[in-house]
Design a protein. Structure first.
Lengths: 137, 548
């Protein structure tokens, strides 16, 4: 049913994504699909990498590590954004098209009152993406 | 499998770059927490110190406006009188330092790595340089500054009882001589808007670009001090540098916002008879800050960039209109003549010691230098972000010359037309009006004045929005330890408090003068930061040349 499962990842907080990563891996194994990890970084040095290029390398390493650990086929794609705090949703939606994903599995926080002003990224992607989106809370 | 190709904006550095080897991880001192429903990712202690100080400042000024007003006035007097030589001398050093960068071999270092290629075309790059640097100031002073210098120059020298000059004329003035007064007025105006301010911006922008793109350090002011302070830069010396940068930016912005509000109010009064009062100004600042908040929430590309493009288009239209509908020939010949006057008077105007024109030097030049210096973290960070891929030489030449020339053109056209109205048409309303009104009085006797005045008001308001929005972004980056992806509520906090600071300062006893005194006071310590920064840049560039 699914061939390419996109999983947005924040490498700074990879430990918080465990449920979503496991879920995507299980689905990947079940449907024999490739799990594509998508990361969005800043153009300036960040906690993870000095440059977008270095970030891309770390994301590839992360994808390879997941492949070995969970026994699935993986891929990675990094994006550099001018303003990731605000541009994250459009960048992820662009990624959905560019990586040819047919399912997004995404970690999301439990909704709270702030979501009225700043809708959660997961909710926002689910609203606008043309493919299935699974939010893991 | 990474994709950092051209369509992603600024590409990764290419070729060798002399990355600084430090154990510091960006954001390691940050506190990630939740206040109510809002997530925060803030630097400890830079955010807390800056945030609490700003909140305390706002409440103090609101609670005791009279006392605060006299404190501000005392600050203004002591700093401008005691340190005028320091501001002037420092600005000269920045210009000389930039010229040195152009002629020495370090100018060949490329920002973003040895093989990096530029991200923006020359045209796009220049437009952004210009839009970032001056904004509201050009609207506020375009007519009013040349006109003020013209009036004071032609009035000549006046001596007080104590033997100190009381007039505001630059240098020795030009009593009764219209042509000489015009040339002196433009020399002084161009002096304030030309090489010196852009040298200040170039220093900060170069420091940020070099230490972030070539050395891999966080995008904060303290990073530039790594060659001098080493690992200590991540401790208290660095905290102090960043806090000073936040204060300077905040008060520099608040001053511009105060100018913007008074001018928008003056324009609305001219057009629609809306009363000029502090209530109107408070309403204006609050409403425009609300619009700025929307721009903040739309992000860099959806907010500031779009608005800047609109503003550039509108400003260009207004410039062409005044040029064609005004005294076209006089304005065109004036441009060249005024540049010549600038070069002629430059040595005397930039002389920091033994000056007799104290009112001009302290009230205009020192204030301007402090204002530019306080804007420098903000403009510098913006220029740094769009200048990757340029060599240091190309960078400095372009940042110094192109925006300076555009400012000269702007001032020559707007101020020149107003002065021609006085000299040729005998129309003196712009000359006699208060500073914020002069632009509208000049437009008043030109065709389509209600439309052009409205465009003027819109320009002021949109510049206000873009300054407030990008200023919040810059302060947020510094107070988040160089992270540019901190949660948006933090930017909202700074955006609101920039407006609040502008409001309370306008409401305090001194009004606009209070804003100016805070700029001067926060600009002073930051000038010292900038002077040391020149040395750090030099060392950084030398190591870049040695090690790549």
């Amino acid at each position: 049913m699914f061939e390419r499962i996109m999983v947005p990842v924040d490498l700074t907080h990879a430990e918080r994504l465990e449920k979503a990563l496991q879920c995507a891996a299980d689905l990947g194994a079940h449907y024999n699909a490739t799990v594509i990890y998508v990361g969005v970084t800043t153009e300036q040095p960040s906690a993870i990498a000095h440059t977008p290029e270095e970030y891309g390398e770390k994301l590839v390493a992360f994808a390879n590590e997941q492949a070995t650990k969970r026994g699935i086929s993986t891929d990675a794609k990094a994006y550099a954004s001018h303003d990731p705090s605000v541009d994250l949703d459009p960048t992820l939606l662009r990624a959905v098209d560019e990586v040819n994903a047919d399912l997004v599995v995404m970690a999301s926080h439990i909704p709270n009152v702030a979501d009225h002003w700043w809708p959660a990224n997961g909710g926002s992607v689910a609203t606008k993406a043309k493919i299935s989106v699974m939010l893991v809370r | 499998m990474s994709d950092t190709s051209d369509d992603q904006g600024i590409p990764a550095p290419e070729g060798n770059a002399d990355l600084i080897d430090t154990d510091y991880v960006i954001g390691q001192d940050n506190i990630e927490t939740q206040i109510g429903p809002f997530g925060l990712d803030i630097h400890n202690p830079v955010f807390a110190i800056s945030g609490l100080a700003v909140i305390a400042f706002v409440f103090y000024t609101l609670a005791l406006p009279e006392q605060a007003g006299s404190v501000f006035s005392w600050l203004f007097d002591s700093v401008t009188k005691g340190f005028d030589w320091f501001f002037l001398g420092a600005a000269n050093i920045f210009v000389i330092f930039c010229l040195l960068l152009i002629v020495t071999p370090v100018g060949s270092v490329r920002l973003g790595g040895a093989d990096a290629s530029p991200d923006y075309t020359y045209a796009g790059w220049f437009a952004m340089l210009f839009a970032a640097g001056m904004g509201i100031g050009l609207m506020f002073y375009g007519v009013s500054e040349p006109m003020s210098h013209f009036s004071s120059s032609i009035g000549g020298v006046a001596m007080g009882e104590d033997g100190v000059r009381t007039d505001w004329a630059p240098l020795g003035g030009a009593e009764g001589n219209e042509e000489a007064a015009t040339r002196l007025a433009f020399a002084a105006t161009i002096f304030h808007w030309g090489l010196h301010p852009w040298a200040i911006y170039a220093v900060v922008a170069l420091a940020l670009a070099l230490f972030s793109y070539n050395k891999g350090l966080p995008l904060t002011i303290r990073s530039a001090f790594y060659p001098i302070l080493g690992e200590r830069v991540w401790g208290w010396p660095g905290h102090i540098i960043d806090v000073l940068a936040v204060f300077a930016t905040l008060f520099g912005l608040a001053t511009s916002l105060g100018f913007g509000a008074t001018q928008a109010n003056a324009g609305l009064n001219e057009l629609f008879g809306i009363p000029v009062s502090s209530t109107t100004e408070v309403i204006l600042i609050s409403a425009i800050t609300a619009v700025a908040l929307i721009s903040v929430l739309r992000g860099l590309d959806g907010g500031v960039k779009v608005l800047s493009e609109i503003n550039m288009g509108l400003a260009f239209l207004l410039l062409i209109f005044v040029l064609l509908a005004g005294h076209t020939m006089a304005l065109l010949t004036g441009f060249v003549d005024y540049l010549g006057a600038y070069l002629q008077y430059l040595p005397a105007l930039s002389n920091p010691i033994g000056r007799e024109d104290v009112s001009f030097m302290q009230g205009w030049t020192s204030f301007y230098w402090a204002w530019w210096i306080s804007w420098s973290p903000f403009v510098g960070m913006f220029i740094a972000r769009v200048s990757r891929g340029r060599t240091v030489r190309e960078f400095v030449v372009c940042v110094l010359l192109i925006p300076s020339l555009v400012c000269v053109l702007w001032m020559s056209v707007f101020g020149g037309n107003a002065i021609q109205q006085v000299l040729n048409d005998g129309y003196t309303a712009a000359q006699e009006a208060e500073l914020p009104v002069k632009l509208f009085k000049m437009l008043d006797v030109m065709p389509l004045s209600s439309i052009t005045s409205l465009i003027g008001i819109v320009l002021v308001i949109v510049f206000f929005v873009t300054s407030s929005d990008s200023g919040s972004l810059v302060i947020d980056t510094i107070t988040a330890g160089g992270k540019v992806d901190a949660p948006v509520p933090q930017r909202v906090f700074w955006c609101i408090f920039e407006g609040a600071v502008a409001i309370v300062l306008l409401l305090s006893a001194g009004g606009l003068a209070s804003l100016q005194s805070m700029v001067i006071s926060t600009g002073l310590p930051f000038t010292i930061v900038l002077l040391v920064m020149c040395w750090a840049i030099w060392r950084g560039l030398m190591s870049e040349r040695r090690n790549t």
